[in-house]
Ligand binder design. Sequence first.
Ligand code: UDP
Length: 324
Amino acid sequence: MLFIKSVRYVISGAAGFIGSHLCDRIMERGDQILALDNLITGRRENIDHLIGRPGFEFVQHDVCERFEVHAPVDHVFHLASLASPVDYLAHPLETLESGSSGTRNMLEIARVHNARFLLTSTSECYGDPLQHPQSETYWGNVNPVGVRSCYDESKRYAEALTMAYHRVYGLRTTIARIFNTYGPRMSLNDGRVVPAFIDQALRGVNLTVYGDGSQTRSFCYVSDLVEGLLLLSKSDEPYPVNLGNPAEMSILEFANRIRAKFDNRAGIEFKPLPSDDPKLRRPDITKAKQLLGWEPKVGLDEGLQRTIEYFKEAISTQPSAISA
Ligand code: UDP
């Protein structure tokens, strides 16, 4: 049990890629954070610059274990999860736990403190979608027993649990369905397409395109996403809201966009498509625009440039997917 003098935000997954950017933004505004992370995929160096600053407290804690906060709390953000396919396929039980027990424990903190609660859910709730683009009213096409089900169903359960807390306790809850997000502080070796391609391009080796590369994704820069999360956390909309950048492209096209930024011979190497890999993904963000007045501002070229700069530095300290 911890005693903390003054806390306004409790954030799980705070040392992760998105969590750490969220912490930066909240600290810039002079608010206070109790940051939780078990560091299974989160990295301490993502928040090292915040540790020790007044108003920021980091506790290495697994949210699947109960946790009490003895101080006022205004907002609870539940981001803790294994978010990359490589990571959740390697840790399916932990993934299910963070969506179930982890969500429950974070909801309990919000309930006890009568705080607002924000769940970071995912476009994976739509599975391999039969509706395109995906709007929040679409119920999805998830394989409940496939390899990705540990992630998809944990998030769908987390959404159901969040709605139940809203209905039973009148908790002020919000649910963000996050689409593919990229930017500095992604892990080079988490297998996601953005770090994988940039890592490969930086090393001048072939970019590994899975399948024929015709599957599509829509990439949102992390600062845009963080603004969307902060706006949503203050809204009174309990039902899910998509947050993502609707600029859609095929993975092959994306590989070529990255290759064009490097002056080397990195080519393309086709590899088998993982099972249940969604064929099309693009958010319909009408609801976020109307409800929050939010839409992404950072274009792909600008976002990629900032991300590449970060990875140029990181490559000397982080293990790459290639050597891992
Ligand atoms: N992908 C790829 N090469 C890679 C890594 C991923 O072609 O080295 C593909 C993957 O099959 C998927 C897309 O890129 O179609 C996005 O994959 P990611 O793991 O980033 O996230 P997802 O959207 O599948 O959760």
